[in-house]
Design a protein around this ligand. Structure first.
Ligand code: NAD
Length: 484
């Protein structure tokens, strides 16, 4: 096992510092053992971090720079992550539980955000607006200033990279509140900023409890914009805090996303979608394929195939799972695993059948067997509430319209999928699905280039793609009265 540094600090104004609230234990969910301690920020630390970010913003250090140069620095951060991929991946697996090969994918994905948004820095252009001979008028996009970014524990490296890269590319300074369960890997984001030449205070990374440091950051009067990725109740608290200071916020929240499988779908290929859609990162993915709505004529076949996929995965410590393959790691904590178990038990009480998994394996650690529930109906809690674990619910439908109605029948609307050989049918469904992103014939089709975000209680605003750039800038119009 890697030799983990016993104590990790917060990064404020270019210095590694203790936390005013003491320390927090970071635990390996595969063993339940403590692997390190992390400094825990209090409101005074948050205040220092926001003050440093504000100072850099007001200095003009990032805004005066030619965007193409700022973009180069953003890209350098991505390369820094790739240069340190092995160490980051190892710590990520130890703090979060995912297989080591998945951690490698996460670090590569994080680097891609810096590459993409570094490239976009010089493309944020205003326009000139004709007002007749007497005027010259144009728009410019200016950064908001201090961007506060509150990060969840499921993809700590990638989620921070997603918001940090776009915010820096557009010239904002940042305060990151890393997740208290998985804070260690965020250290490399701070190091990357330093290595790329960002001035002290441009990027601050602090770990703290949500209700303390998180709330202090969201409510800080010198924060100019907030990006939150996490659960719905916290999103509501953040949006409320943002409203009090009249600052914009982006909410990337949860989901109960459904794949509609029509009677003409290729079920051989769909096995792969089950494998990635619900068992990648042990299902702790906001856009996980947590429901499948299958045409009744293919229901039994699909459940059999899902059962086969679930049973094919070897479940155990992520650190031993180095190679890409049919395996799954621990969930992030015993608490999350037990919550999922509770939801499975409730689903059984309400009439669902456990076709595969449903139990914790007989070993220590926050493990849960890859689970398939069949006979799920739309009124059951399991069909409405996010599990955030490796639990697939299979529902059946009789006709296309009914499948769409079931898919749209939750409070959420993050992503959705349609599986069919008929592109007309797929297009019709895609237009009717209430979700920010629709996958046709491949769950997770898309990439950093494609906008992502929710309808309904899945949040508002878009991350990824060019759309995300507009979260971080405000429009200024300049009109000149010409003489003569
Ligand atoms: P969470 O809401 O509990 O915590 C997210 C972050 O918010 C953490 O850093 C936490 O410390 C902080 N926080 C908690 N209370 C706070 C408060 N009152 N004020 C300010 N900050 C506070 O969510 P989680 O359990 O870490 O993550 C799981 C959830 O996140 C799931 O619902 C999942 O769907 C969602 N998620 C969404 C996306 C997306 O892009 N849509 C991505 C990943 C996770």
């Amino acid at each position: 096992m890697a030799d983990v540094k016993p104590y990790w600090q917060n990064y404020i104004d270019g210095a590694w510092v203790h936390g005013g609230a003491g320390r927090i234990d970071v635990t390996d969910p595969a063993t339940g053992e403590r692997i390190a301690e992390h400094a825990l920020a209090d409101a005074a630390d948050v205040d220092r971090a926001v003050g440093a970010a504000r100072r850099v913003h007001l200095s003009g250090a990032l805004t005066a720079m030619r965007p193409i140069e700022r973009g180069r620095m953003v890209q350098a951060m991505g390369r820094y992550l790739l240069d340190h991929k092995d160490e980051i991946a190892c710590i990520l697996t130890l703090e979060q539980g995912k297989p080591l090969w998945e951690s490698h994918i996460e670090v590569e994905g994080a680097a891609l955000y810096f590459e993409y948004y570094g490239n976009q820095a010089s493309t944020v252009e205003g326009r000139s607006i004709p007002l007749g001979a007497g005027y010259m008028d144009w728009t410019e996009y200016e950064p908001f200033g201090v961007s506060a970014q509150i990060i969840p524990w499921n993809y700590p490296v990638e989620m921070t990279a997603r918001t940090l890269s776009a915010a820096l590319a557009t010239g904002n300074t940042c305060v990151i509140k890393s997740p208290e369960m998985t804070p260690l890997t965020n250290a490399w984001l701070a190091r990357a900023a330093e290595a790329a030449g960002f001035p002290p205070g441009a990027v601050n990374v602090i770990c703290g409890l949500g209700r303390a440091a998180g709330a202090a950051l969201a409510g800080h009067r010198d924060v100019n914009q907030i990006v939150f990725t996490g659960s719905v109740p916290t999103g509501i608290a953040i949006a409320t805090a943002a409203a009090r200071n009249v600052v914009p916020c982006v909410l990337e929240l949860g989901g109960k996303s459904a794949a509609i499988v029509y009677d003409d779908a290729d079920l051989d290929a769909f096995e792969n979608d089950i494998r990635w859609g619900i068992y990648f990162n042990a299902g702790q993915v906001c856009s996980a394929m947590s429901r499948v709505i299958v045409h009744e004529s293919r229901h039994d076949e699909l459940v059999e195939r899902a059962e086969k996929v679930a049973k094919s995965l070897s479940v155990g410590p992520g650190i031993e799972r180095t190679e890409f393959g049919a395996n799954m790691g621990a969930m992030v904590s015993d608490g999350q695993r037990d919550r999922a178990l509770g939801m499975i038990a409730r689903a059984e009480e309400q009439g669902a059948r456990i076709a595969a998994g449903g139990r914790k394996p007989n070993r220590p650690g926050a493990f849960l067997e890859p689970t398939v529930l069949s006979g799920v109906t739309p009124d059951m809690d399991i069909a409405q509430q996010e599990v955030f674990g490796p639990v697939l619910s299979v529902l059946s439908s009789r006709e296309d319209a009914q499948a769409i109605e079931i898919a749209n029948g939750t409070d959420y609307g993050l992503v959705a999928g349609v599986f069919t050989a008929d592109l007309d049918r797929a297009t019709l469904a895609a237009r009717q699905l209430r979700a920010g992103q629709v996958f046709v014939n491949e769950w997770y089709a898309g990439g950093v280039e494609t906008p992502f975000g929710g309808y309904g209680k899945s949040g508002y605003g878009r991350e990824k793609g060019r759309e995300a750039l507009w979260n971080y800038v405000q429009t200024k119009n300049i009109a000149i009265r010409l003489k003569g």
